[in-house]
Design a protein. Structure first.
Length: 336
C-alpha cells in the first residue's frame, strides 16, 4: 500500500508530507441542528511533494481538490490526518505555533478579483504580510514591495492604485507577489489561471515556473486543465470524489494511464491535429458523480466505471505501486 514515502533513487527529500488527510463537513438537520451525516470532501489523501517539484492535482469540479489544498495549509481544520511541511507539524499546530508556520506556506487563489481587498492599494496588499509577520521599518517594507513588484512584472508606478484598475492577469500577479512576500518554501496554486483569458494563462504559468527556478519553490498546482498540468507538473495525482485514484510521473501518467477514470479524463483533452483527433477514442462516462455525503460502499468510481467488477462494488481499493513510481487504486491491478 502506498505510504507516501519517496522510493529508492529519489535524491530530493519530501518538503510536504500528507498522511491520511480527511476533511469532512457536518450535515445538520432539525430545529436543534443535530448532526445527521458528513460531506466527505477529502477522504484519506496520502502523498509527498519533494523539494523544488510541482505536484499537479487534477480531477473534475467538486472532487475535493481545492478543499485538500486549503486543509493542507490549515485554512480549514482537518477532520483527521497529518500534514508536515518542512519538518513542522501543521495539522495539529494551534495559536502562536501555527502563526509562526504561516510564512513558510502560502496560497495563490483561483479568483484574483475576489482574493484582493478592493479598498487596499497594491502596496498595502503586498505589504500586509510584511506588516503582520516582520519588524521591517516603513522604508524597508516599501523597498521589499517594489522588489516583489519587479519580480512578478508589475510597474512600480502602479503601487498606489487599487485592484479594480488592473486586468485579470495583473491582479493575479499581485496575488503572486503577496504570496512571495515572506519567502515561502511551499505554495498551493489553486487553479490560478482558471479565471483568466486564454491569452494571459501562459504568461502566468511561465511566471510561476520562472519564480520556482529562481527561488527554489515547491508547488501544489491544482487544476482541471490537463494540458496546462502536463506543461508545468513533475508528477500528477488524479482525484475522484475525495480520493486519489492514480499518482505517477507526468509523462508516465499521460502516456500510459492505468485507472479507468484517468483514461476517461485524458481522452477528453482537445487535440489540435484533426488526424490524431480522429484516431483517438473518446471515453464517455455514464451517470453522475455520486454525492460525497453518500459515497459508494466500494470503489468511489464503481458507479460510472466501464470496467467495473463485483469486487469494485464492495471493497475500496488502496493506492498501490504497480510500476516504479506509478501508483493506482484499482482492482484491475491487484497488489503483488
Amino acid at each position: 500500500m502506498y505510504d507516501g514515502k519517496p522510493r529508492k533513487g529519489q535524491e530530493p527529500q519530501p518538503l510536504v508530507e500528507v498522511r491520511g488527510l480527511k476533511m469532512y463537513f457536518p450535515i445538520t438537520s432539525g430545529l436543534f441542528r443535530r448532526k445527521v451525516g458528513d460531506v466527505k470532501a477529502v477522504d484519506g489523501l496520502t502523498f509527498d511533494i519533494l523539494e523544488g517539484e510541482t505536484l499537479g492535482l487534477v480531477g473534475e469540479s467538486g472532487c475535493g481538490k481545492s478543499t485538500a489544498g486549503r486543509a493542507i495549509l490549515r485554512l480549514y481544520d482537518p477532520t483527521e490526518g497529518e500534514v508536515v511541511i518542512g519538518g513542522k507539524d501543521v495539522a495539529h499546530a494551534e495559536g502562536d505555533a501555527l502563526r509562526r508556520l504561516r510564512p513558510a506556506m502560502q496560497m495563490v487563489f483561483q479568483d484574483p478579483q475576489a482574493s484582493l481587498n478592493p479598498r487596499m492599494t497594491v502596496a498595502d496588499i503586498i505589504g500586509e504580510p510584511l506588516l503582520e509577520h516582520t519588524k521591517m521599518t516603513s522604508d524597508e517594507r516599501t523597498a521589499r514591495i517594489y522588489e516583489l513588484m519587479d519580480a512578478v512584472g508589475l510597474n512600480r508606478v502602479f503601487a498606489n492604485r487599487y485592484p479594480h484598475a488592473f486586468s485579470g492577469g495583473q491582479r493575479q500577479r499581485i496575488g503572486i507577489a503577496r504570496a512571495l512576500a515572506l519567502n515561502p518554501k511551499f505554495i498551493v496554486c489553486d487553479e490560478p489561471i482558471a479565471a483568466l483569458d486564454v491569452s494571459i494563462q501562459a504568461q502566468v504559468v511561465n511566471l510561476l515556473e520562472e519564480l520556482q527556478d529562481r527561488l527554489g519553490l515547491t508547488y501544489l498546482f491544482i487544476s482541471h486543465d490537463l494540458s496546462m498540468v502536463r506543461h508545468i507538473a513533475d508528477r500528477v495525482a488524479v482525484m475522484y470524489l475525495g480520493r486519489i485514484v492514480e499518482l505517477a510521473d507526468r509523462d508516465a501518467l499521460f502516456e500510459q494511464p492505468l485507472h479507468p477514470y484517468t483514461e476517461a479524463l485524458l481522452s477528453a483533452i482537445p487535440e489540435a491535429d484533426p488526424d490524431e483527433a480522429n484516431r483517438r477514442t473518446r471515453i464517455l462516462l455514464k451517470g453522475d458523480v455520486p454525492s460525497p455525503a453518500h459515497p459508494p460502499k466500494g470503489c468511489n468510481f464503481c458507479t460510472r466505471c466501464p470496467k467495473v467488477m463485483d469486487v469494485c462494488r464492495n471493497v475500496k481499493p488502496d493506492l498501490f505501486e504497480v510500476r516504479p513510481r506509478h501508483f493506482v487504486a484499482c482492482h484491475l491491478y491487484p497488489p503483488s
